[in-house]
Write a protein that binds this ligand. Structure first.
Ligand code: MN
Length: 253
């Protein structure tokens, strides 16, 4: 198990509490908040790892690195026995639509998926800790489905829970990632010595298409989006085949 909110985040430990009832859990997580680092991995400096013991009986490692680093270390070095599933979360706040590309929560699960393991990224749209229990229990239920073969063994799932109490949740929808739902803008300021810039996410006013993850969450459903690793791939035929020949001709001209 890992996350991108850091090893002290309540969401991680809610997940541990639920999963240690059904599995042997090992936690390998960043030592600090690493939200929005996406698929970053550390190649240009050494990685330090510390074995810690926040919860007796749960093998836990704190990593001075990214969520991706944590899963790579876990699967390639730290864990003695084979791993059945990689779970990342419960993230504080949603990871929907294009945000799947910058989410450290999703990227950590991606590293499991790339190594052929079932992988689940799970996030709660609520910023309140009270929603963590249902999210963690859902992760446990999904793992049971992987174990029983009802979900494929190479599944890569991005799971989001809406910001409402469990009783108000309307259902569970299989969804696809929404596209072009927000834009990153820049705000300027001055700290008294120097000017600075803040990147600010701005939601576009477009309404989410039916069947997308954002639509599901807005409607009060839990969203399950099956992902794969070709995040940017579009059908090649949308571009004219001629373009390659034209480019080559101009390149050689
Ligand atoms: Mn996060």
């Amino acid at each position: 198990m890992t996350n991108d909110d850091g090893i002290l985040a309540p969401g991680l430990w809610a997940l541990v509490a639920a999963l240690k009832e059904i599995a042997e859990v090992v936690v390998v997580a960043p030592d600090r908040e690493q939200s929005a680092v996406g698929t970053a991995i550390t190649l240009r400096q050494p990685l330090r790892v510390q074995r810690v013991c926040p919860l007796p009986g749960v093998e836990t490692y704190s990593v001075e690195g990214t969520p991706g680093d944590s899963v790579i270390l876990a699967l390639s070095k730290l864990l003695g026995s084979p791993v059945d599933v990689v779970v990342s979360g419960v993230n504080r706040g949603p990871n929907l639509g294009d945000d799947a590309l910058i989410s450290g929560t999703v990227a950590a699960a991606l590293q499991g998926y790339l190594r052929g393991l079932p992988a689940i990224a799970i996030s709660s749209a609520s910023l309140e800790d009270v929603q963590l229990g249902p999210a963690a229990r859902l992760a446990a239920l999904l793992i049971r489905r992987i174990q029983s073969g009802e979900l494929p063994g190479d599944v890569f799932l991005n799971v989001n829970l809406p910001d409402r109490p469990l009783a108000g949740i309307k259902g569970i929808k299989l969804s696809r990632l929404a596209h072009k739902t927000h834009i990153d803008t820049v705000r300027e300021g001055h700290d008294g010595r120097r000017e600075y810039y803040w990147l600010v996410r701005q939601k576009l006013s477009t309404t989410a298409n039916r069947g997308t993850d954002i639509w599901a969450i807005e409607q009060g459903y839990i969203s399950l989006s099956p992902l794969h690793s070709f995040l940017f791939q579009m059908p090649p035929l949308q571009l004219s085949r001629d373009i390659c020949a034209h480019l080559l001709r101009e390149l050689k001209a």
